[in-house]
Design a protein around this ligand. Sequence first.
Ligand code: NAP
Length: 413
Amino acid sequence: MAAPTFERIQAPKKGTRVTVDADGRWLIPDDPIVCLLRGDGIGRDVGSTPGITTCAVRVLDAAVEKVYQGKRKIHWFDIHAGDAARELYCPQIKDETVKTLSEDDQRKLYLPDDSLKAFEYYSLGLKGPLTTPIGGGFRSINVYLRIKFDLYACVRPVRYFKGVEAPNKHAGKVNMVIFRENTEDVYCGIEFRSNSDKAKRVIALLSVTLMHKGNIMKFTEGAFKDWGYEVARDEFRQQTVSEDEVAKGTSPKGKVVIKDRIADSMFQQIQLRPDEYSVVATPNLNGDYISDAAAALTGGLGLAAGANIGDKAAMFEATHGTAPKYTGKNMANPGAVLLSGVLLLEHLGWQEAAQRVNTALEAAFAESEATAGKGPGGKLHVTYDIARQFAGYGAEAGATSSAFADRIIYHLK
Ligand code: NAP
């Protein structure tokens, strides 16, 4: 594929393109170029005030530098979507004329061809939240990207971080990955390389739950459940066992247990018995709901990361939105964008850097919890949303987004 030419953006002068070979393997150089969509609202920089995407990128760069000491580096390619794109590409278009434009011209306002060409060519992206444009034709930049690039797997890991006040007393037991089908409503795909260490570890630990509403929606959600069991039986017979077979006496030792749950019951299950669910595979709409509910169990959306992954492209993005009232205030929690960046590092195969960020984030939460535990008035290093959960502290005790990022960088040591 020839390198595209762009109207208003310039690819980084340094760095190498990530590619996918004919067998579907991602070929990752030590200096990958990754597209960066900073986003709207809290995602954007406003003047010299950084948004959460800038804060998160600073931590990711610091972790990569710390771990690989210059041997590896991400070269970010700033591309545009949302309000930033409209301001750059079409400043002359007034709000009142937007609805007179064709659907494709509305799309170009918020998602210019430059950005599509860049993402298609460079294959990887990290994205801040984007406002969903209001109005008739073009409905959502996020949905458009997922469908255009067939980013069919929405992967949303949810885990508890010690030091974050969570509403559920079993929050410490929450450690699950929700695989939400991302481009239609009847699709399931989970795989690990056969016999790899990772696959063996996963097999020893997991039980996969197919979440569906097949009792009512028999030909769509019911079929999704049946196909899930079929895939397990026909392609992974040696590695899996169904819950039914276990009930009839087959030993589950060393195997992935496949079970299914009706969607409504799943909402109680994750609250009452979260440790019984490691991987949840579910159609699109169920996945949207259950991943927000699971994130809430562990303390909210400020830390909910996500990835939209296809065979030839992947976009990493936080679950939360643009929280417009905090725009330009340097207040919002950069944690979810940062953890989405951790998923990007894992996708690159840079596990050491990913682990380093996780550990530093845990340390940053733990120290503020310890400070708050000594009573009110201590100096916290976490943002307002975490600070206000500590007894005797309010939102005003929170650190700025950039100070929180600095503190995570401090703990990268
Ligand atoms: P939202 O932006 O997620 O914000 C809702 C509330 O969640 C905020 O007011 C804030 O709570 C909390 N919050 C969200 N992100 C946070 C962060 N990083 N740090 C701390 N607190 C955070 O939801 P919304 O207000 O419904 O949506 C606003 C816009 O975002 C809409 O245009 C929507 O379409 C868009 N959106 C985009 C995406 C995406 O790009 N993937 C996803 C969802 C929504 P408090 O008020 O309690 O402090």
